[in-house]
Design a protein around this ligand. Structure first.
Ligand code: ATP
Ligand code: MG
Length: 399
């Protein structure tokens, strides 16, 4: 049931209350509960200050103590407990340097971004809703707490968060809030790219990504984001949710990377590798002709990458990325190939570079890499059996 996570966390709130402080559920979990959506994690807000929370509970981790957040470990689960806080001056249109701990719930919810995220709920599931958040949830609209221009002026990330929530929840953005997004979009240029990427990833994977993407274009969002600003983002068409990696791969396939531009995004190396693999895959899919090549492709990319690409076929076609004929490249075929692959990775080969060098009595060099690849492909296509003696024989005649 939807209430389960709250009931599991209730003893924490009750314990805080037994010490004379207030405690509420707050933020995304309350919003999602009121919407009937699945709840992923529970945030707790309290009038107790971080030192007091540390005294009340046996097992705590001071993950963000200076900002008021203590992790309380309870029944082997982690709960973020954050002290009511008000925020100081905003500089540079991003997070304030200073926060003040306060004892008044109103002050805490007042600094939150949207009305739907500013609803506090107690352990009896009664809500404290100072800004009409529940009504906005029912009317499915995204409205800032207080004057939108001011709130976006303080922290421009809220603009992107608003668009991300629209994509995830399918809500409308209230008129005044949208106007302010338009006005304040240039301030997103002050944000760290890491914070932008977190929101962009969620936005693109949200159920209404296809509707929000044109809004990003209309609001000139990409003009203020490193890397993206050097590309013509109108060339990418989106009509379903997709991963950030796939979006960028589509972009780079159509408009090749300007020297090291991807570095500006400061995404993990894993993400970059994934992007490059997609781009390579697109190149190979365009020229794929026949079962042998497909077997190697299944071996090289694995089932999950290829399956994802197949589910995204419509988007790829829309973006003029040529896929091979469905009779050659389809889910059933790649699954059948995958199940029957004789090897799944290079270390499965019954020989290695060292043994080859010893048997052939040759010096290493680029030829060795080519030889290993040739052996690999021959095994994948069952032209060579994966036994050391067979491979050595094969190497002697073919290399
Ligand atoms: P999600 O379901 O994606 O976790 P969320 O609403 O819980 O959504 P979080 O980023 O987890 O979002 O933030 C928790 C709460 O903190 C928000 O609901 C909101 O009240 C507040 N908040 C977060 N970021 C901001 C911000 N930039 N400005 C104002 N309030 C914010
Ligand atoms: Mg959250």
């Amino acid at each position: 049931m939807n209430k389960d996570l709250f009931l599991k966390a209730a003893p924490i709130l009750n314990q805080i209350k037994s010490h004379g402080y207030e405690a509420y559920y707050i933020g995304g979990s309350v919003r999602d509960y009121l919407m009937g959506r699945p709840i992923h994690d529970i945030d707790i807000t309290t009038s107790a200050d971080p030192d007091e929370i540390e005294t009340i509970f046996e097992h705590t981790i001071p993950i963000g103590k200076e900002h008021g957040t203590i992790n309380v470990v309870f029944n082997h689960e982690n709960y973020e407990v954050t002290t009511y806080r008000a925020e100081g001056e905003y500089k540079d249109h991003r997070r304030p340097d200073e926060v003040f701990f306060v004892r008044d719930l109103y002050k805490d919810v007042e600094r939150r971004d949207f009305t739907m995220n500013a609803i506090a709920m107690d352990t009896d599931f009664n809500i404290r809703d100072y800004f009409g958040g529940y009504e906005d949830i029912q009317k499915q609209r995204i409205v800032t707490v207080g004057e939108a221009n001011e709130r976006f002026n303080e922290d421009a990330l809220r603009i992107l968060r608003g668009l991300r929530f629209k994509s995830q929840l399918g809500f409308e953005i209230e008129g005044h809030t949208y106007e302010a997004m338009k006005n304040k979009m240039p301030d997103t240029g002050y944000l760290s790219i890491e914070r932008i990427i977190v929101e962009l990833v969620k936005l693109l994977e949200g159920k209404d990504a296809a509707e929000v993407y044109p809004m990003l274009l209309a609001l000139d969002f990409f003009k203020y984001v490193p890397f993206f600003k050097d590309y013509d983002m109108t060339q990418v068409e989106i009509d379903e949710p997709l991963t950030l990696e796939l979006l960028i791969a589509i972009l780079l396939f159509k408009q090749p990377e300007v020297n090291g531009a991807l570095a500006k995004l400061k995404i993990s190396n894993d993400r970059k590798k994934q992007i490059q693999r997609y781009v390579q895959l697109f190149e190979q899919l365009g020229t794929l002709n026949g079962k042998k090549q497909l077997r190697v492709l299944v071996y090289d990319y694995g089932l999950s990458v290829l399956s994802y690409i197949l589910t995204m076929q419509a988007t790829l076609e829309k973006n003029d990325i040529p896929l091979s004929h469905p009779l050659i490249f389809n889910q059933k075929t790649i699954e059948a190939i995958y199940e029957n692959l004789p090897i799944y990775q290079r270390s499965d080969i019954a020989i290695n570079g060292k043994i080859i060098l010893e048997t052939l009595n040759r010096k290493g060099g680029p030829w060795l890499k080519e030889a290993l690849r040739a052996i690999e492909c021959a095994i994948i296509n069952n032209e060579l059996s994966n036994e050391q003696s067979e491979i050595i024989k094969w190497v002697k005649t073919n290399v």
